[in-house]
Design a protein. Structure first.
Length: 145
């Protein structure tokens, strides 16, 4: 008979011991898991609900931010529209004022031209003042003697 090598025998024992320990560990693990609830079985529904609520809150936050952004955009658009309307009104008033000033200037120029034409006609006619002449002649003629 051959005697087995002591090193080899030690290796076999170690290997068998590890396999037995692994079997025992997994067996006990199965027994414990079947007898008592684990962390996952206790808290997995809670964790799932928390993830769902987190997603819901995130989507609600996104919706709220989108609504506030839309409200801000509408407010700014209304302000721009109002600003444009105010500028348009202001420019309309300035244009009316300029038209009024222009009309006033035209009327003044027309009156000045008419006055110049009257002066020109009167200068060309240069008629003597017959009224004074007639009064002098009549008074001379009817003078009491």
């Amino acid at each position: 008979m051959c005697s087995p090598d002591p090193v080899r025998r030690t290796q076999v024992y170690i290997h068998l011991g590890m396999r037995c320990a692994n079997f025992i560990y997994t067996g006990w693990k199965t027994v414990f898991h079947s007898a008592w609830k684990t962390f996952d079985t206790n808290f997995q529904p809670i964790l799932t609900k928390l993830k769902r609520h987190s997603t819901l809150l995130s989507s609600e936050r996104i919706v709220a931010e989108a609504q506030s952004l839309q409200a801000l955009t509408e407010t700014k658009a209304a302000e721009r529209h109002q600003s444009v309307e105010e500028k348009f009104h202001e420019l309309s008033l300035q244009l009316q004022k300029l038209h009024l000033e222009d009309e006033t200037q035209k009327v003044a120029q027309q009156e000045q031209r008419l006055q110049e034409k009257r002066q020109f006609v009167l200068a060309k006619i240069d008629a003597p003042d017959f009224h004074r002449y007639d009064l002098h002649r009549i008074s001379f003629h009817y003078r009491p003697s």
